[in-house]
Design a protein around this ligand. Structure first.
Ligand code: ATP
Ligand code: MG
Length: 354
């Protein structure tokens, strides 16, 4: 397959901050960007050549985008796989529909991880109250219930502590199918971000160590301090996942590290990842450039870190009393401010990062 060189047009499904940073990088490299999003002023649209306004499950709108581009990629894993399969008849979709079919339903993702022998927390499917009782019998309490589809930043998750009425909590998921997971007593969370090219070659960014608050990523530091054998184990897991999926593009594998060193896969993100934002500036090639290179069939870049880095997310709550005092950040010569151009700072909403 011929590489798509600069001048080609990349279609992005979903117009969030990941698409925005991808678009900034792609345009710097001479590509054009068309984005599909319901909001014509979304973060990606602000830095794109064209916008197709439509929902991510609007087949006609997605086809309209597909006809204008040379390759299609994703800002989110929540574009229905059936839509991607349809678009594949118009333009290459990278990663493809089959990857998304496995990832976008948590149950299917967990079955896939079991099938390829990847370690994960105990889990069980939950469709109704009876299944919930059985699931809690399997995974124990406390447990976390997660909706199978469309969750992010801890949305669609409910924790079930030992002495609560689990059935009553199930109602919070409004009848959505879910999975129950054991609550893992991890010592830390890490993520492995890699890129897999069109020919199957893989490059891995330095591993990130992540701290969450209220189930939302708060801080990443990288490269995570880690002994060589442990780093190799983490790499091997992420590479096995990417190869089994025949993924193309950047992918993040979130993992829990336990006190005895064991690594459990938490979840797979078939795209650039919040914990990889540090690569923009701190690595020879950012995750965004790496993704452009991978989906366009170009050689992958050098992912090595040029410096250590800490990334802190700016969540909407910080705007409660008006815009934050940016001069505190900007007065630090080593800090870089990224804002995503979102209109309304809401609690829990990712607005930017430093
Ligand atoms: P995102 O896509 O933003 O990463 P998400 O909504 O898909 O988030 P998860 O990654 O499943 O959610 O969970 C978010 C965070 O909640 C995890 O990074 C972790 O801190 C905590 N968490 C989730 N599942 C478990 C678990 N089984 N045991 C302990 N902590 C958990
Ligand atoms: Mg997660």
């Amino acid at each position: 397959m011929n590489p798509l060189g600069p001048g080609a047009t990349i279609g992005v499904l979903g117009g969030g901050q990941l698409g925005r940073m991808l678009a900034v990088t792609a345009r710097q490299m001479g590509y054009r960007i068309v984005v599909l999003d319901p909001n014509p002023r979304c973060p990606t649209a602000q830095v794109s050549d064209r916008v197709v306004v439509g929902a991510l499950d609007d087949l006609e709108a997605a086809r309209h985008l597909a006809k204008q581009v040379d390759v299609i990629t994703l800002d989110t894993e929540h574009v229905p796989a059936e839509i991607l399969a349809d678009l594949e008849t118009i333009a290459p979709v990278r990663p493809g529909a089959s990857v998304l079919r496995t990832i976008q339903d948590r149950l299917v993702q967990k079955q896939f991880l079991d099938r390829i022998g990847m370690p994960q927390a105990a889990w069980a499917p939950v469709g109704d109250a009876d299944e919930l009782e059985a699931a809690l019998g399997d995974v124990g309490r406390p447990a976390i219930l997660k909706v199978r589809r469309a969750g992010y930043d801890g949305k669609g998750q409910v924790r079930i502590d030992p002495d609560v009425d689990a059935i009553a909590l199930l109602a919070r998921l409004r009848g959505e199918l879910a999975v129950a997971e054991e609550v893992v007593k991890f010592t830390r969370e890490i993520s492995v971000i890699l890129a897999r090219g069109l020919g199957g070659e893989i490059q891995i960014h330095p591993i990130a160590e992540n701290a969450h608050r209220r189930h939302i990523l708060h801080t990443t530091r990288a490269p995570a301090p880690m002994a060589d054998p442990q780093r190799k184990r983490a790499h091997a897991i992420a590479v096995a996942v990417a190869e089994a999926l025949e993924h193309v593009g950047v992918m993040a594998v979130e993992m829990f590290e336990l006190a005895d060193g064991q690594l459990l896969v938490n979840e797979i993100a078939p795209r650039t990842h919040n914990s990889g934002h540090y690569t923009y500036g701190a690595c020879a090639t950012s995750q965004f450039e790496q993704h452009v290179r991978a989906v366009c069939g170009l050689p992958l870049g050098d992912p090595r870190a040029l410096t250590g880095a800490v990334m802190v997310n700016l969540i909407g709550d910080l705007w409660a009393a008006g815009p934050p005092a940016w001069h505190h950040v900007l007065a630090r010569p080593e800090a870089h401010l990224h804002l995503y151009g979102k209109d309304a700072p809401a609690p829990g909403r990712k607005m930017g990062h430093v």
